[in-house]
Ligand binder design. Structure first.
Ligand SMILES: *Cc1c(COP(=O)(O)O)cnc(C)c1O
Length: 459
């Protein structure tokens, strides 16, 4: 073990120290996340019912609350090796600039072409689809990170990839679209005329810029109506949190190597996959009563699922074609204001994280957009990395916690997830620099409209 002075600026694991298993936090939860429900029968979805939508192995992972460790298949490990381990960085420069006694670490997941952590699950999902002999997969993408990651994964395994991209992003982020096409994906702006649900939404909301919930409905429809296709999702689901646990397992191994123990662990929360992945092994220790950590989810004030949402069974998509999940939700009809952190604009939240939050194992806070961009800029100027707006929510909270330490003199150790880079978000940065960015916070009346659409299922 090294002393504090010897802790490198960047901690990389050696190849033989890299994790070879994913960790399933559900195995250590006394209260398991509620099962997905069939909206018709209100009974838990069976593996058979899920099989037309998802790959077989992924269905197994989705429903498995008991297996603690999943060996990562060799082909996936080989792919991980191209961009992992991701560095655990000590933010010495940020600490110095803030003048805080806190020690700040971040786990940086932006070191791959897709620019975010989403590749960790994309490659796993593409692998299982290939194993099953499928032709291709369909998916939705909001800001484009998931679609980009999936395109990369599909081209690696020779799978067809159809991406339904939320229309506003399709128009605002043509470069992301072209990255996806470079990797061979077809990209359709959603809502589109190519599906029943898309046509229906277009007739009811002409000119809509779309939403993630709506794009999901379209992608699912195309998957179930085309033989040899399945639908894959980049967040929210239990299987995605399982794959993303590689972030946390790696981060914990790197910290253990140098005897570093975080007091506070922070992550941004859209559907919950990076946060669920980062905290997984730490949460496991907490659930088993071995250690205690403060864990903080950070979400945008414009889409406050945890902090102002309801814990209820709800639809995962606008078209109501998906199973229902019990989660913190703003209602599947909630149309968030056009916040620039596209990856955080989902109405619901992972069932695993929702249950953990409900049971008091983690905290949540919401932050406003302009303060997020102030944090992003402050971070970029000293740490070099241009952060994604989503990731910058975690930066905001990490800086705020470090500043609290400055007041109290406490030398806390803070770990946060830096999920990606912001090169495709420069229009947002431009708005911020030009003073044109606003902080839209929905009123209680706005939220009520979303809540009114939550099905009255009392279970
Ligand atoms: C998608 C995305 C997020 C949010 O998704 P989660 O599933 O909540 O992790 C955060 N950061 C980046 C860079 C993303 O692309």
């Amino acid at each position: 073990m090294k002393t504090a002075n010897e802790i490198p600026y960047k901690i990389y694991l050696e190849e033989d120290e890299m994790p070879t298993t994913w960790y399933n936090v559900r195995a250590d939860m006394k209260v398991k996340p509620a099962p997905l429900l069939n909206p018709g029968t209100l009974q838990p979805m069976t593996a058979q019912e899920l099989a037309p939508v998802f790959c077989e192995e992924l269905v197994k992972q989705e429903l498995d609350n008991d297996t603690r460790y999943y060996p990562i298949p060799q082909e996936i490990l080989d792919f991980y090796r191209m961009y992992r381990p991701s560095p655990l960085v000590r933010a010495y420069c940020l600490e110095k600039k803030l003048g805080t006694p806190a020690k700040i670490y971040y786990k940086f997941e932006g070191n791959n072409t897709s620019g975010s952590h989403k590749l960790n699950s994309a490659i796993a999902q593409a692998y299982y689809a290939k194993q099953q002999g499928l032709k291709g997969v369909t998916t939705e993408t909001g800001a484009g990170q998931w679609g980009t990651a999936l395109s990369m994964a599909c081209s690696y395994f020779g799978l067809d990839c159809k991406v339904y991209m939320v229309k506003v992003s399709y128009e605002q982020k043509p470069f992301r679209r072209e990255v996806m096409r470079t990797y061979g994906a077809s990209v359709v702006p959603s809502p589109s005329e190519t599906t029943n649900v898309g046509r229906d939404i277009l007739s009811r909301f002409p000119g809509t810029g779309g939403s993630l919930g709506c794009a999901i409905s379209e992608a699912v429809e195309v998957a179930v109506s085309n033989p040899g296709y399945r639908y894959v999702l980049g967040s929210v689901l239990n299987q995605v949190l399982l794959h993303q646990s590689v972030i946390g397992v790696e981060a914990k191994a790197a910290m253990d190597k140098y005897g570093i123990v975080p007091d506070i662990i922070i992550g941004c929360a859209g559907g919950g996959s990076n946060l669920g992945g980062l905290i997984a092994p730490f949460m496991g220790e907490k659930l088993r009563g071995e250690k205690d950590y403060r864990i903080i989810a950070v979400e945008p004030a414009s889409c406050p699922s945890f902090t102002r949402g309801r814990f209820a069974y709800d639809f995962c998509d606008t078209g109501k074609v998906c199973p229902m999940a019990k989660m913190y939700t703003l209602g599947s009809g909630f149309m968030p204001a056009p916040n620039h952190a596209g990856g955080l604009r989902y109405h619901g939240m992972s069932s695993i994280l929702s249950q953990l939050y409900h049971d008091g194992f983690m905290e949540a806070r919401s932050v406003e957009q302009t303060s997020v961009f102030r944090a992003a800029e402050e971070f970029a100027r000293v740490e070099g990395i241009l952060p994604a707006p989503e990731s910058s929510h975690a930066i905001r909270a990490a800086i705020d916690e470090a500043l609290k330490c400055k007041e109290t003199g406490e030398e806390k150790t803070i770990l946060f997830g830096l999920t990606g880079t912001g090169y495709f978000d420069l229009v947002a940065y431009e708005k911020f620099h030009d003073g044109l960015m606003t902080d839209y916070i929905p009123t209680d009346e706005d939220l009520q409209k979303g809540f009114d659409g939550i099905p009255k299922v009392d279970l």
